[in-house]
Write a protein that binds this ligand. Structure first.
Ligand SMILES: [Zn+2]
Ligand SMILES: [Zn+2]
Length: 75
């Protein structure tokens, strides 16, 4: 199950579980679409992999399967 990290690792913008502009790599490094397209050129700076759009977890399931609240920010 995805942890659904709450922010972009690069610009720290909020990416809630229902954000439609969240992108993840296979390790679930999480960035906003803007950073992926304009800054990262589609390549994850942490692992070198590619990105896909993060699926949105339906709201009714978030109570049972909450998204992560641990903010991760690249140093
Ligand atoms: Zn960003
Ligand atoms: Zn990565």
């Amino acid at each position: 199950m995805l942890s659904l990290k709450p922010n972009c690792e690069r610009c720290d913008i909020d990416l809630p579980a229902d954000a439609n502009d969240a992108m993840i790599c296979s390790f679930e490094c999480t960035f906003c679409k803007n950073c992926v397209e304009t800054k990262l050129k589609g390549i994850c700076p942490n692992c070198g992999g590619n990105f896909v759009s993060r699926p949105i977890r339906p709201h009714k399931l978030l109570a049972k399967y909450p998204s992560s609240t641990e903010r991760v920010l690249a140093k």
